[in-house]
Design a protein around this ligand. Sequence first.
Ligand code: GDP
Ligand code: MG
Length: 178
Amino acid sequence: MASVKVPEQKVILCGEYGVGKTSLFRRFATNTFVTSTDRKSTLGLDHYEKVYMTDEHQGVKLQLWDTGGMERVASITSSYYKFAEAAILVFSLDSPDSFNILSQHLLDIVTYAENAKIFLCGNKYDLKNQIHVTDADMETFCEQCHNLISGTYKTSCKTGQGVEEMFIDISKQLGEAN
Ligand code: GDP
Ligand code: MG
């Protein structure tokens, strides 16, 4: 029987406090969502692994890392970025501030995780009439980044919309790179 090749890929979540990184992590790990009133600060985990099969003989193990709220109290340490194969720049679609600050997070990624593939994720897509960051804004950002962004996604951790699709696409792109 042919062996199945499953390389492990470290994927980090980057972005401002409150945009939904822990919620994405929670969706990835347990496919659940909690609101601010009933949520514990973290799952008690800082990373979680999951295998995605890209075809019959090949899979990718995504090892997703969450900041654990560190960004609220201090700057993220370089060890968080180290050896990351991918970084997801997360912002909240209802918050232009969380979007406009992404170039700073991008700079950290290219500094500390030089070889990481970079993805852009607009979260809280369910807040339909409060969306203040448009597709055109996202496109412009990608152009300004000289095609450093390998994929853009719109997600809702609340409904689950787009979340699994994003991780599947990222695993495919990481699988192709191997
Ligand atoms: P983090 O600081 O980036 O880790 O953000 P959290 O995951 O802790 O989320 C911050 C707040 O936004 C919490 O109250 C979440 O319940 C809420 N939240 C996260 N994702 C979504 C989403 O997709 N839609 C809505 N409506 N709220 C969300
Ligand atoms: Mg968090």
